[in-house]
Design a binder for this molecule. Structure first.
Ligand SMILES: Cc1cc2nc3c(=O)[nH]c(=O)nc-3n(C[C@H](O)[C@H](O)[C@H](O)COP(=O)(O)OP(=O)(O)OC[C@H]3O[C@@H](n4cnc5c(N)ncnc54)[C@H](O)[C@@H]3O)c2cc1C
Length: 440
């Protein structure tokens, strides 16, 4: 019976229909990381047009086979992998920048391509790292990046979107047309409301930025955390930093602060104060200003190491007490670590928090920082460290860092916006065609 549906699908489909016997099937089914890598879709539908997406959604709906939507394939929880119908939108990869500074971006565009195209026109976006991350997955779950303290999460730049709904209709939405759906796409649209085919994003003039860093090889990591968490979330908006505590096998824990700044002189002063408070031999580095895209390329992608590992994270609305920081560092440095471990604190505040929590589906507008615990899949340290920090967290989780182990996922991802999101879901996907564990 499936063959009959496949035959009909092929008649309307411009893209590729890849079943398990096809040579291109295996590379096409694989996500980027290990989450979901074992899933073997019945068919991968590589869409090239909105018409293809409509046909793909109809195929899943008519056959009753579960579907997943994929753009860049980076989901940490494997939500863009399935054993059913994989709708891959990577063939929708146009970028069109208008004179008014808005960019119409196909849902298959990756960040590297997008930054490059905008940079060529002197524009950019406050978006994430990771050249192969999909802009669709990033925007639909929020979007944290080096210009976020200045301009907010990437989803705040969304001015319109086109989406294929469960019933096959193609809907253009913005603040006037389908406003509830449009509101939900700002941080809660990943794989649970429909297939977004394009996004219209308000770009910004690309600023000159300087890479900044503070290495603290001999400093007490607890002291570095204390001074960083007291000041980084309140630093001027144009200074965006993360603090990494890394444990390499056989080495002590080392603290490094890194990021970018638009005003290099001001950032130098701020880092200088931080270095003084951190104590013992901290070394400052402030690079010459270069266009943001160039500065970003030179920074290591912080999530690159998650690949085969595991990431758990939470937001913190208050500084963590000194005792908890000491325990966290002891845990990071303790035991027999055969693989690299890291804790990364990323400063929020600034423009992230200047929007009301209910103004967009992205509710995380009152946080000081995000803390990631990243380690090897087999390292139970990730869970122990997360549980220790959790006692002081705001119990909120960034939707783009999904965590399958959460007790109360709806509250963690959506907070006070959950009831409105549930209503949007009932209205636009009443049969629950789009879903995964923890979805609306
Ligand atoms: C190496 C790496 C670097 C990262 N860096 C950052 C960073 O700097 N900042 C940050 O905020 N996050 C970062 N992330 C996390 C990233 O934002 C999320 O993993 C994001 O969801 C990835 O989007 P994707 O399109 O690549 O992934 P996918 O796995 O394709 O999609 C992610 C989710 O969105 C859904 N989705 C994808 N496309 C569509 C669509 N067209 N319509 C509807 N739903 C769709 C999927 O079904 C899935 O649920 C990083 C992740 C990795 C692995």
């Amino acid at each position: 019976m499936i063959d009959r549906y496949l035959l009909r699908l092929r008649r309307d489909f411009d893209g590729e229909v890849l079943t398990r016997d096809h040579a291109a099937y295996d590379p096409a089914r694989r996500p980027v990381g290990s989450a979901g890598a074992a899933r073997r879709p019945l068919v991968v539908l590589r869409c090239r047009s909105v018409r293809d997406v409509v046909a793909a959604v109809a195929f899943a709906r008519d056959t009753g086979i579960a579907l997943a939507v994929r753009s860049g394939g980076h989901c940490f929880a494997g939500r863009s992998s399935t054993d059913g119908v994989l709708i891959d939108v990577s063939g929708l990869h146009g970028v069109d920048l208008s004179a008014d500074g808005t960019a119409t971006v196909g849902a298959g565009v990756r960040l590297g391509q997008l930054y490059g195209a905008l940079h060529a026109r002197g524009q950019t976006l406050p978006a994430g790292c990771g050249a192969t991350v999909g802009i669709a997955g990033l925007v639909l779950g929020g979007g944290i990046g080096l210009l976020g303290r200045r301009h907010g999460p990437t989803c705040d730049r969304l001015v319109a979107a086109t989406i294929v709904l469960a019933d096959g209709s193609v809907v253009d939405c913005d603040e006037h047309r389908e406003p509830d759906l449009f509101w939900a796409l700002h941080g809660a649209g990943g794989g649970q409301l429909g297939v977004v085919t394009s996004l219209r994003l308000a770009t910004i003039t690309e600023p000159m930025t300087a890479r900044v860093a503070l290495t603290c090889p001999d400093a007490d990591p607890a002291r570095v955390v204390a001074s960083w968490q007291a000041s980084a979330p309140d630093a001027p908006d144009d200074i965006s930093t993360s603090l990494e505590l890394a444990r390499e096998p056989g080495r002590p824990v080392r603290a490094t602060v890194s990021g970018v700044a638009v005003d290099a002189a001001r950032a130098g002063g701020w880092l200088h104060d931080l270095a003084r408070e951190a104590g013992a031999g901290a070394q400052l580095f402030v690079a010459d200003p270069v266009p943001f895209t160039v500065a970003k390329r030179a920074l290591a992608d912080p999530c690159q190491d998650v690949g085969d590992g595991r990431l758990r994270s939470e937001y913190f609305a208050r500084p963590m007490p000194a005792g908890a920081v000491t325990e966290l560092i002891a845990l990071l440095g303790g035991g027999d670590a055969r693989h690299r471990r890291r804790l990364t604190f990323t400063a929020m505040g600034g423009a992230y928090n200047r929007v009301a929590p209910e103004a967009t589906a992205f509710v995380h507008r009152r946080e000081r920082y995000l803390l990631e615990h990243v380690g090897h899949r087999s390292d139970s340290w990730v869970d122990a460290s997360w549980a220790l920090a959790h006692r002081h967290s705001s119990h909120r989780v960034y939707p783009n860092f999904p965590d399958p182990l959460l007790d109360r996922p709806a509250e963690a991802y959506w907070g006070t916006n959950h009831a409105r999101l549930a209503a949007v879901k009932r209205s636009y996907d009443p049969q629950h065609l789009f879903g995964f564990p923890q979805s609306l």
